[in-house]
Design a protein around this ligand. Sequence first.
Ligand code: GBH
Length: 473
Amino acid sequence: TGAGDGTGARQFPEGFAWGAATSAYQVEGGWTEGGKGRSIWDFFAHTAGKVAGGGNGDMADDQYHRVGEDVRLMADMGLRHYRLSIAWTRVQPTGTGPANPEGVAFYNRVIDALIAEGIEPLVTLYHWDLPLALQVERNGWLGGDAVIDAYVEYARLCFTHFGDRVKRWITFNEPWCVAVLGFGTGEHAPGRSRDPGREPYLAAHHILLAHARAVRLYRRDFKPFQEGSIGITFNSDWREPLPDADPRRYMRNCEAAERTRQFFLAWFADPVYLGDYPELMRVRLGDRLPSFGAGEAALLRGSADFFGLNHYTTTYVSVDDTNSVGWFCDQGSQWSNDPNWAVTDMGWAIVPWGLRKMVGWIQKRYRPPGGIIVTENGCACKEQDAAVAKCDKLRVEYLRGYISELHKAIAEDGVDCRGYFVWSLLDNFEWAFGYTKRFGIHWVNFDTLERVPKESSKWFAKVVATNGVPADE
Ligand code: GBH
């Protein structure tokens, strides 16, 4: 119906924010330039065996030197929003102390270049690149007040220097990944897996408290005159009960699926919206799950002006009663894919309706004031050269599917969703997968650093231009 003509039923609400996303360590490079200090990802990626192909973010997309070019790519697409993150180690090389003027100057250049093209910067304060000094001297996210205090001071510097122009802040990107991949499986920095039944919960607890304190600071000391908003981004894939011919088993899979949703998302979102961890987690985990004092709970409750969601895929869930300890086992469930689901180059299933169910679940449980912003969604494709990448039909299908289902959620289910950001503007450093996975709507030649628009960037430009899903060609 009427897509793309400005009048059809697949139009998004007026003012809907379309954008593209990246993060500092994945695109900037310039890892020792401008007085930048080492982060835990610099250290981790330089440790043998941690990243596929021995990749690291030393150079990445070299956005540190090419930000003008990247802003032009966005302007050419007609994008009006760009989600980036600030590297803490550029602003504070060792995680404490006064701001590093060169780091501040760099982000001033980025922000001003965006605004000059009419592109609003949405800025994430923490996308996983903790200053290494804080890991060593304060025990990183296990360090309690010592690290929380440092984070809040860093946030204060960012609000002070950039808050006159940045009007939407995201405190943390995906605390789930930090906690589970950084402290449970050890796939991400700081690479810990020693006590997977406790450390992920402790790290998550401190991140939540750091979030709440940064929000209090912003609302108290900056928001009254800067008039921006502040939220947090969670990642959550959808969990669907595995169908089963036996009604009793199916019911147990339904319960397992709901448990998994709570362990995945409510672990973080319940404290932020409701002031405490989900009851079923408290019951299952006992004293392995830290608890919030009354003051902390009050600080957390309502500590987001919008709900940031990163969503990529869906899995089935069935019951699993194995008795070992760790985030995966604690929830008593196992995950599987339907063999009929197509998968991306990450092996993640392409299930567009999962996004519709996911935002519906969020709407119902939290009714988030300020609405939901999909701060990441996208797909990795195998693209060995620019010629292949230029016709990335699978990515176009992925985006078309997910954006269409998001439209249904808004138009038919009454979900309050106010923005959508594709991951990613550019192929980039994909964490433990290094440069072997490509998520960009622009292809990057990692030798010459040339950027080449893919078909998906042109398709997405049409979405932006028409505020709707173009009719199938
Ligand atoms: C995000 O994390 C990051 O924010 C971003 O930096 C990164 O580059 C991007 O996504 C792409 O990876 O095993 O089928 O259940 C992604 C979070 C969490 C999404 C785990 C997929 C597992 C899929 N991911 N989830 S499955």
